[in-house]
Design a binder for this molecule. Structure first.
Ligand code: GDP
Ligand code: MG
Length: 253
C-alpha cells in the first residue's frame, strides 16, 4: 500500500455499482476511522516521504558521481510519454545513448517500445503501486549502468497525483500534458504542475479537432506555477521536439 496517498486501501469507490447501501455505510466508517487517526496518518506520511527523500538524494549523488543528469517524465496515462521517449531515442541517437527506467503497473510494453527505438531500458512493474519510488529507481539504475555522457530518463507510472510527492533523485521533472486532456488540468493537479521543472504540451496536431483553448491552458499553468517553461510539440509528427532535445541536452553534462 502507498503510505502517502493511501491508494492501496480498499476505498469506498471499489464497491461502487455493487452495493450502494453498503457503500454508503462504508463511507461513514471510513470517515470515522479517518477522524480517529489523523496524527498517525500524518506521521506515517512524513516517515514514508522522509525515507524516500534520503534514498532519492543517494540516487542523485550516484548520478552526479557518474556525471549524469536524470529526467523524471510524469503525466496521466496516454499523454505520450513513451511516444516522446521513442522519438528522443531516435533523435539523440547520433550524439547520446538514451537510458530509460520504465515504470508501469504491469507489462514490459513500454520498455520494449523504447528498446525498439534504440534506447536501453529496464522495466519496473509496481503492481498495485501508483508511482515509482527512489528505492525502485536505485535498483533499476544499478541494472542499467548508464555511462557518462548518456541521457537518463525515467518514465513514471501514469498518474498526476502520487508521483508528485516522490523524489526519485532526478535533476529535473518534465510534466507532460496533452491537448485532449483539457486546459484546466494544471488547476486540478497543482502539486504535479508546481513540482515540474518543465511542462510539455503534447499532441499539438490534435488542436484543430479538440475543444482546447491554449490561452486558458497558459492561464491555468501560470496560476499554479508562474515561472515554469512550457514547450508545445507533437511527439508523433515531431514538430517542437527539437526545442525539447535542446532543453534536455543543455542540462546534461
Ligand atoms: N495525435 C497524437 N497522438 C499521440 C501523440 N503522442 C502520443 N500519441 C498517441 O497517444 C497514445 C498514448 O501514447 P503513449 O506514448 O503510450 O502514452 P503514455 O501512456 O504517456 O506513455 C498512443 O496511441 C500514441 O500514439 C501526438 O503527439 N499526437
Ligand atoms: Mg508509457
Amino acid at each position: 500500500m502507498c503510505g502517502t496517498c493511501g491508494c492501496g486501501k480498499t476505498t469506498s469507490h471499489d464497491r461502487q455499482g455493487h452495493d450502494h447501501h453498503h457503500h454508503h455505510q462504508h463511507d461513514h466508517a471510513e470517515a470515522n476511522r479517518a477522524a480517529a487517526r489523523p496524527r498517525q496518518w500524518v506521521e506515517l506520511e512524513a516517515a514514508v516521504l522522509a525515507k524516500n527523500d534520503s534514498l532519492a538524494q543517494r540516487n542523485r549523488e550516484w548520478l552526479d558521481r557518474r556525471g549524469l543528469t536524470a529526467f523524471n517524465f510524469v503525466s496521466s496515462p496516454g499523454s505520450g510519454k513513451t511516444t516522446l521517449l521513442e522519438r528522443l531515442a531516435r533523435e539523440l541517437a547520433r550524439r547520446r545513448q538514451l537510458y530509460v527506467v520504465q515504470g508501469d503497473q504491469a507489462t514490459n510494453r513500454d520498455a520494449e517500445r523504447v528498446r525498439a527505438a534504440g534506447a536501453k531500458a529496464v522495466q519496473i512493474n509496481t503492481g498495485t503501486g501508483c508511482h515509482l519510488d527512489a528505492e525502485m529507481v536505485a535498483g533499476a539504475l544499478d541494472e542499467l549502468d548508464p555511462p557518462a555522457g548518456s541521457l537518463v530518463a525515467i518514465e513514471n507510472v501514469g498518474n498526476l497525483v502520487c508521483p508528485a510527492l516522490f523524489d526519485l533523485g532526478e535533476h529535473a521533472r518534465v510534466a507532460l500534458m496533452s491537448v485532449p486532456e483539457g486546459a484546466d488540468k494544471p488547476l486540478k493537479y497543482p502539486y504535479m504542475f508546481r513540482s515540474a521543472s518543465l511542462v510539455v504540451l503534447n499532441k499539438l496536431d490534435l488542436l484543430p479537432y479538440v475543444d482546447f483553448d491554449p490561452a486558458e491552458f497558459r492561464a491555468a499553468l501560470a496560476a499554479v506555477h508562474p515561472q515554469v517553461e512550457c514547450l508545445q510539440l507533437s511527439a508523433t509528427r515531431g514538430d517542437g521536439v527539437d526545442a525539447l532535445t535542446r532543453w534536455l541536452e543543455a542540462r546534461s553534462p
